[in-house]
Write a protein that binds this ligand. Structure first.
Ligand SMILES: NC(=O)c1ccc[n+]([C@@H]2O[C@H](COP(=O)([O-])OP(=O)(O)OC[C@H]3O[C@@H](n4cnc5c(N)ncnc54)[C@H](O)[C@@H]3O)[C@@H](O)[C@H]2O)c1
Length: 393
């Protein structure tokens, strides 16, 4: 019997493998097509899943017209999230699962929301950690009031606010019950010409986010590597404290007798799908499509709030004052600040902290050799780029 839904993947790099793993674990979906302008990106991916006989396209538009998938995974770099999402919505696909960060700038985020609303396309942003057992348990405990009313949350991330920060801010909101932000204040340093997957990022930043209910979140990025993580945060409440990670929750309150490791048990992602959060994300999307849940927990609507917080923090640094929401700036405030000479680079030379993901100069034969050794995509790309730098490639 044919599967009920077909899916296609746009961008055949690292995270595209996680999307495939997720689809493979969910009944009723067949992945039928891929799109990527780089020929050996497509071929390494198609070879990995040779039994699926994936249709291969060098353009998203051609793929949409020919393969006509029901669901599209957008696995391209951040600045390339809106275009394929909008193209898929215009082609009338039922759903898009787009990678994080949703978009760089509110105008870009809104263009995705608007296009999906116009076509009735369900939009999910891959904040898949919302399905980890630690975060799910922590949200339940917060709802039960085990540490009273939340007051203050701390996040420590690295590798750019828009990269890891999107997960930690989204996760903090999820555990707190998705409160709406009211204002932010941020500070940014950018003395080197730093990029991440082609997006200009800061060298370091910190920010304070004020939510409804007088809950505040403090985030620091790239100031201290020790303990920096996209998946963990601490919450102080009126009656206690909680430390949350994807796999563990520790709690201290009047009855815990010091720090207590909370029994977490099997999370939603563990049931039938081996703890795979991408599969849990797809499963909930099918429930959303079939009207079994009101909204996906990782909807575009929720992810837009995280974009607004991050862009608000940059805008606050740009304006040098508190920024109240809704954020009116539609562009990318960090880039605007750079263009306005607000962040002069002191050490010349553009660099990208994910440069090893580039297909430029990658020899398909060398890729195949390393893949045959059982190495994963990122590991292969890192090794090839080290070899290219040493002149061995
Ligand atoms: N949710 C998570 O935990 C998580 C983890 C890793 C990466 N990501 C996100 O996934 C996205 C992709 O990151 P990655 O590490 O997989 O990158 P990658 O470089 O490994 O893969 C990107 C692929 O997109 C292709 N591409 C470029 N332009 C294209 C176009 N116009 N149409 C189709 N394909 C195109 C590239 O050729 C490349 O193969 C990023 O936004 C990143 O933030 C999310």
């Amino acid at each position: 019997m044919p599967a009920r839904y077909t899916a296609a993947i746009v961008g055949c790099g690292s995270i595209a493998h996680a999307h495939m793993d997720g689809y493979a674990l969910v009944d009723d979906i067949d992945v039928i097509a891929i799109a990527d302008p780089v020929a050996h990106a497509r071929s390494q991916y198609a070879d990995t899943y040779a039994d699926l006989h994936l249709q291969q396209f060098d353009s998203v538009e051609q793929m949409l017209v020919t393969a006509k998938p029901d669901i599209v995974s957008v696995c391209t770099w951040h600045l390339l999230h809106p275009a394929p999402t909008i193209a898929a919505a215009k082609a009338g696909v039922q759903a898009v699962i787009c990678e994080k960060p949703m978009a760089i700038g509110m105008g870009a985020a809104d263009s995705m929301i608007d296009a999906c609303q116009a076509s009735g396309t369900k939009l999910v942003i891959s904040h898949q950690r919302r399905f980890t057992k630690g975060w799910v348990k922590a949200r339940e405990l917060m709802q039960q009031g085990v540490i009273g009313q939340p007051l203050f949350v701390t996040n420590k991330v690295a590798e750019g606010l828009t990269n890891w920060g999107t997960h930690s801010i989204d996760g903090s909101r999820f555990v707190l019950g998705d409160p709406q932000p009211q204002w932010v204040m941020g500070a940014v340093e950018r003395r080197t010409d730093r990029f991440e997957r082609d997006t200009a990022i800061e060298d370091a930043c910190l920010g304070l986010v004020h939510f409804e209910g007088d809950i505040q979140l403090f985030i620091q990025s790239d100031l201290m590597r020790e303990g920096a993580t996209a998946g963990s945060f601490q919450i102080k409440g009126t009656e206690g404290m909680m430390e949350v990670s994807e796999s563990r929750v520790r709690l201290m309150n009047a009855s815990s007798n010091g720090w207590l490791d909370v029994e977490i048990g099997a999370g939603e992602a563990d049931r039938a799908i081996g703890g795979n959060t991408n599969a849990a994300q797809v499963r909930e999307l099918l429930q959303w499509l079939q009207g079994e849940v009101e909204e996906h927990r990782g909807s575009g609507r929720q992810a837009r709030v995280t974009v607004e917080i991050m862009m608000g923090l940059y805008e606050s640094a740009r304006r040098q004052h508190v920024v109240n929401f809704p954020l009116t700036e539609k562009g990318y405030p960090l880039e605007l600040m750079i263009a306005e000479d607000g962040l002069p680079v002191e050490v010349e030379g553009r660099y990208d902290i994910r440069a090893f993901l580039s297909w430029d100069g990658v020899d398909p034969a060398r890729y195949k050799e390393l893949a045959a050794e059982g190495k994963g995509h990122s590991q292969i790309m890192r090794q090839i780029h080290v070899e290219l730098e040493k002149g061995e490639g």
